[in-house]
Design a protein. Structure first.
Length: 320
């Protein structure tokens, strides 16, 4: 078993033991608005290798990673193909407007760039005066900068994470916030350039704008892994444990439960999500503890992602 996946599964088992069998619920409505029958398996069979990161490209296709460094391209009808391997582990992904894929790889300790032809190069492997520790997830801002959660050491007792900004030309990242953050994880950026990310070990959603961190909402009883924006300015949060989807309305301070999978039958360690399809009405969810992508149609469609163009023309990243 891949060492990274083994650590994640051990951590989930530890939380499960501590939490016993009860799963805390919070917010109204008390009954989740989605049921098991609302979900479907998007990818057929057992073809994906424990996918964690997932994103939607400007071509409308989904892109996901695997724990042996695989990068998958997934059609809207669920057919998929492996298009590259990083040589490490593929976590969070983003795609620019020219079809280049950017992948966080904690084994390589770098953010890698994959050309449309499948060539893998290094976009960023340094921040400040040192290297990256655990690049976790990434998202583009409208100006072409790539924002990255460097989670730090996977230690529930000690915080060591950072929020990084890679300039549009690639190369060393700028350290934007430390705190230190306690395992910053899923990240998204809105059309105004405001950054949102979850801290898994502090169980909360944060924002970063104009040099300031701010608490958006806590997720008590849930360990958030990923976050994505909906069209109304709210959020969908994937909870790695307990297995759940949460939602937060714009301006609200309390999350609601969209779906809670007590037995892990429909969602198996849900890590990240991405809106896709016509009108961005469907939501794809990666299952780190499984082999497939789940899909559901939530109450609110998604917000479009940022797809900057021309980054490759002046690339200053470190080629491998």
């Amino acid at each position: 078993m891949n060492e990274y996946l083994g650590r994640r599964q051990f951590f989930a088992a530890s939380i499960a033991t501590a939490a016993a069998v009860s799963v805390p619920a919070f917010g109204a409505p008390k009954r989740p608005s989605l049921g098991r029958k609302d979900f479907r398996s998007l990818t057929p069979g057992l073809g994906l290798d424990h996918p964690e990161g997932i994103t939607t490209g400007p071509d409308g296709r989904l892109y996901a990673g695997g724990v042996q460094g695989q990068v998958y391209r997934i059609e809207v009808d669920g057919h998929f193909a492996e298009i590259a391997r990083t040589g490490g582990v593929s976590l969070g992904l983003s795609v620019d407007g020219d079809g280049f894929i950017y992948v966080c790889d904690p084994i390589k300790r770098a953010v890698l760039r994959i050309t449309p032809a499948g060539e893998v190069t290094t976009w960023c492997d340094r921040a400040g005066d040192g290297g990256l520790v655990l690049p976790n997830d990434c998202a583009f801002a409208p100006d072409g900068s790539l924002w990255v959660t460097d989670a730090g050491h996977e230690d529930p007792e000690h915080a060591s994470g950072r929020l990084l900004r890679i300039p549009p030309q690639g190369g060393p990242a700028e350290i934007q916030a430390t705190g230190p953050l306690h395992f910053p994880n899923g990240i998204c950026v809105d059309g105004e350039g405001t950054v949102f990310f979850v801290e898994s070990f502090r169980r909360r959603l944060m924002s970063y704008a104009k040099g300031r961190l701010a608490l958006i909402a806590a997720t008590p009883g849930f360990s958030p892994d990923g976050v994505t924006l909906d069209r109304a300015g709210g959020f969908v949060i994937t909870s790695y444990y307990p297995f759940a989807l949460l939602t937060l309305r714009r301006g609200a301070r309390q999350c609601h439960t969209l779906f809670n999978d007590e037995w892990g039958i429909t969602l198996k360690m849900p890590a990240n999500s991405s809106y896709f399809g016509a009108g961005l009405r469907d939501l794809a969810i990666s299952n780190l503890g499984g082999f497939a992508i789940s899909a559901v149609t939530p109450p609110v469609p998604g917000a479009p992602l940022n797809y900057p163009k021309g980054l490759y023309a002046s690339a200053g990243g470190v080629s491998s």
